[in-house]
Design a binder for this molecule. Structure first.
Ligand SMILES: Cc1ncc(COP(=O)(O)O)c(C=O)c1O
Length: 289
């Protein structure tokens, strides 16, 4: 299966039933398309099992709630929808995308209470997010945009509107030959990449930005626990950009990115060192356990 994402064979789950891939469409007057009233999940299925699938279902419902939308489905129903999609398409190793949005209805202004909340789940085979760059260490640009304050937008939600600056920053990064961009937050601290959290190593200890102002990734939480279980000190704290001078290793975490070593951020260089290698290997084993 290949080609444009709207022109493939297979099945997509939409509002409670499986439909043909090419028929999984919405009307042009869908509220989400105009006002970003949409939340989503990215998950990976390894050898037939979605890693932390139920946690992703719960996060989807919570993201919807943060955007004033009530999920029409329970987490268990969402879990089943994802299974149905994987089975219908015969996938064992795949990326799973669940999306919940305000559809079209009686409202077409900003207010949207009368429009139904809808949901779909699609899955596709997706390899390494950063392609061949993964093991050489990804090269990151520094985004000109800043992660917004939680007083500006619900930053804990995995909401479509938060990705507008991610797309623009990633385009700018790619134009410079980088595979991603690192954001600072609105106060100037190191935040995260366009679709992944970030970790640094200094003298064998791990430092990562406190995730109270951007998505606290499920992979991030998994990796922190893994490191702690291995006796590695992890410091979740505010990190200033100038501290990058002193960090020896760096990696990104995310469902799509998994554990991706970082070789360069702007003019800062990092080794793909022993802590990074071990964490990447341990994560690889864990998701397939
Ligand atoms: C902006 C952003 N931050 C962090 C993450 C990592 O989250 P997770 O590990 O739950 O996939 C993602 C990926 O979904 C993301 O899009």
């Amino acid at each position: 299966m290949a080609g444009a994402y709207d022109d493939r064979d297979g099945k997509i789950w939409m509002d409670g039933k499986l439909v043909d891939w090419r028929e999984a469409n919405v009307h042009i007057l869908t509220h989400a398309l105009h006002y970003a009233s949409s939340v989503f999940e990215g998950e990976r299925c390894y050898s037939g099992k979605i890693f932390k699938g139920h946690e992703h279902s719960l996060r989807l419902i919570e993201s919807a709630r943060l955007l004033d939308m009530t999920s029409p489905y329970t987490a268990e129903e969402i879990d089943r929808a994802k299974e149905e999609v994987l089975n219908a398409n015969g996938f064992k190793d795949a990326y799973v995308r669940a999306v919940m949005w305000r559809g079209s209805g009686d409202d077409m202004g900003v207010s949207a209470r009368r429009n139904p909340v809808r949901m779909a789940v699609a899955a596709w085979e997706w390899g390494s997010y950063y392609g061949d760059a993964k093991w050489q260490g990804a090269k990151l640009d520094i985004a000109k945009w800043k992660r917004p304050s939680p007083e500006t937008i619900p930053t804990a939600a995995k909401a479509a509107g938060l990705y507008m600056i991610c797309t623009m920053s990633k385009h700018a990064a790619e134009a410079k030959g980088c595979s991603d961009a690192l954001f600072m937050d609105w106060e100037g601290y190191v935040a995260e990449a366009t679709g992944a959290n970030i970790f640094f190593v200094k003298d064998g200890e791990v430092h990562t930005p406190l995730a109270d102002r951007f998505l606290n990734g499920i992979t991030r939480q998994t990796v922190i626990q893994m490191l702690k279980d291995n006796g590695v000190a992890v410091h979740e704290r505010r990190i200033k950009p100038e501290e990058l001078d002193d960090f020896q290793e760096c990696w990104l975490t995310g469902t799509a990115a998994e554990v991706t070593p970082v070789g360069q951020i702007g003019d800062w260089h990092f080794q793909v060192g022993p802590v990074t290698r071990k964490v990447a290997e341990d994560y690889e084993q864990l998701v397939r356990a």
